[in-house]
Design a binder for this molecule. Structure first.
Ligand code: PRP
Length: 183
């Protein structure tokens, strides 16, 4: 699905499929350089990171492994609380591994604050973050992100893994959801 399929649902297209591909190729080249010979483990956080994990990993020319976590945030409505429950843990032992967490979005930053503490306690050789999107005006916690795709305005954004009520994850572009969809 692209933005032309749902023009009435979007008030603005922020990044197209081509913008995302170009940025991912740049980030992939940096990851290739930084992790040469290190066989990094890419850790995806379900569900939203599926798209960026699949696309970023395929830009790489180095060997890498992939694993997945599913987590659930306790909290009110759609707001992160920072209290996180692990629904599906990794299958891989992180001891001595170079770990790159791959996320679709950092919103408040509370989910990653918890996750990074949890993963750091498993003694990886290194632990870094790649996030496709970040909302600087929504952040409540300082997160040290090594690779960032794009910053977003603090509005309801959908596409490329980002959903509204389970919809729009398969939108290849990224845009601001029109208010009539959710009000
Ligand atoms: C999203 C995203 C991050 C988290 C970021 O996941 O994938 O994990 O929210 O929010 P925060 O920075 O405010 O903590 P979500 O809980 O929406 O689940 P999903 O990946 O299944 O969409």
């Amino acid at each position: 699905m692209d933005s032309a399929d749902i023009t009435a649902d979007l008030s603005e297209v922020l990044y197209t499929k081509a913008d995302i591909e170009t940025r991912l190729a740049e980030i992939g080249a940096q990851v290739d350089r930084d992790y040469a010979g290190k066989n990094p483990l890419l850790v995806g956080v379900l569900n939203g990171a599926v798209m960026v994990m699949a696309d970023l990993s395929r830009t790489l020319h180095i060997d890498c492994a992939m694993d997945w976590m599913a987590i659930s945030s306790y909290g009110m409505g759609t707001q992160s609380s920072g209290v996180v429950r692990i629904l599906k843990d990794l299958s891989t032992d992180l001891e001595g591994r170079h770990v790159l967490v791959v996320e679709d979005i950092i919103d408040t930053g509370l989910t990653l604050t918890y996750l990074m503490q949890n993963l750091a306690s498993r003694n990886p050789a290194s632990l870094e973050i790649m996030a496709m999107f970040r909302k600087p005006d929504a952040m409540k916690a300082e997160i040290d992100v090594k690779y960032i795709g794009f910053d977003l305005p603090n509005q309801f954004v959908v596409g490329y893994g980002l959903d509204y009520a389970g919809r729009y994850r398969n939108l290849t572009d990224v845009g601001i959801l029109a208010p009539h969809v959710y009000s």
